[in-house]
Design a protein around this ligand. Structure first.
Ligand code: PML
Length: 249
């Protein structure tokens, strides 16, 4: 890749409260077009403030051939879906089902200490302990995108997926590359978006529905090994540029 790469990050808020965000990794020649796209996207919810940052990426990106493999599960309600999610997470992490249910309940009711949504993900080790450094902020995975985002989006939309699937797949594929990351659980904080997922080293299990319609709470749990070096983990998820070629459907 000869042309310089840039990270574009946008955040929109209203009265200090986060409304929406977007992130891309682009070539220099694409910056202007993508800035316009991103601006249009994040202003949809009528924010009073939009913050857009463009930064040169110095580090060589890690190129990944494919995302995790998509697998769909459909349930008649979110409780049944969560039972299956807990089963998968129990097998993958070894954490007891009781503890898993408690952690999932926290995400569905607001996992920050003030019972609001956390800004990033919580991190849980194999003992079932929350080990993120800040329970309000959690950890945010950034600096990941597709080499040809438009092509991949088209493919996903044609197969009945959404742009949220695209972003979630990129993010969780980066997460699961990290050797000490075991699995992830996610529901959206968008009240009408009830599809969620559990991802493991090989699969992106997409659950419909994983949360109750109308619930404004959501978030992510990153399940990691007990032996993890938390600073190195933060550093990889926040700083290492990752570009993905294609989806695995
Ligand atoms: C999917 O459509 O595959 C699930 C995406 C979850 C998105 C979570 C979010 O956008 O907050």
């Amino acid at each position: 890749m000869k042309e310089k790469l840039y990270s574009i990050k946008a955040r929109a808020s209203f009265k200090g409260k986060h409304l929406s965000g977007a992130e891309r990794i682009v070539r220099e020649s694409e910056i202007e077009t993508v800035l316009e796209e991103i601006y249009k996207k994040v202003r949809r919810k009528n924010p009073d403030s939009i913050n857009i940052k463009v930064e040169n990426i110095e580090e060589k990106p890690l190129i990944v051939d494919k995302t995790l493999r998509l697998k769909n599960f459909s349930f008649s309600n979110h409780i049944e879906a969560n039972e299956k999610a807990v089963e998968i997470l129990h097998i993958e992490t070894g954490i007891s089902k009781n503890i898993l249910w408690k952690l999932i309940e926290e995400v569905h009711t607001g996992a920050a200490p003030d019972k609001e949504n956390m800004r990033g993900a919580m991190i849980v080790n194999q003992k079932g302990e929350r080990i993120e450094l800040d329970r309000y902020r959690g950890i945010r995975t950034t600096t990941v995108d597709f080499l040809d985002r438009k092509k991949v989006l088209k493919k996903l939309l044609k197969n009945g997926y959404t742009e949220r699937t695209l972003d979630a797949l990129a993010l969780t594929t980066k997460n699961l590359i990290y050797p000490d990351m075991i699995a992830e659980y996610c529901i959206s904080d968008e009240p009408d978006y009830t599809v969620g997922y559990v991802s493991t080293k090989n699969f992106y299990y997409r659950f419909s529905p994983l949360k109750e319609k109308g619930n404004t709470k959501g978030g992510r749990i990153y399940f990691v090994k007990n032996s993890i070096d938390i600073q190195k983990f933060y550093n990889f998820l926040q700083k290492k540029p990752v570009l993905i070629r294609d989806v695995n459907i």
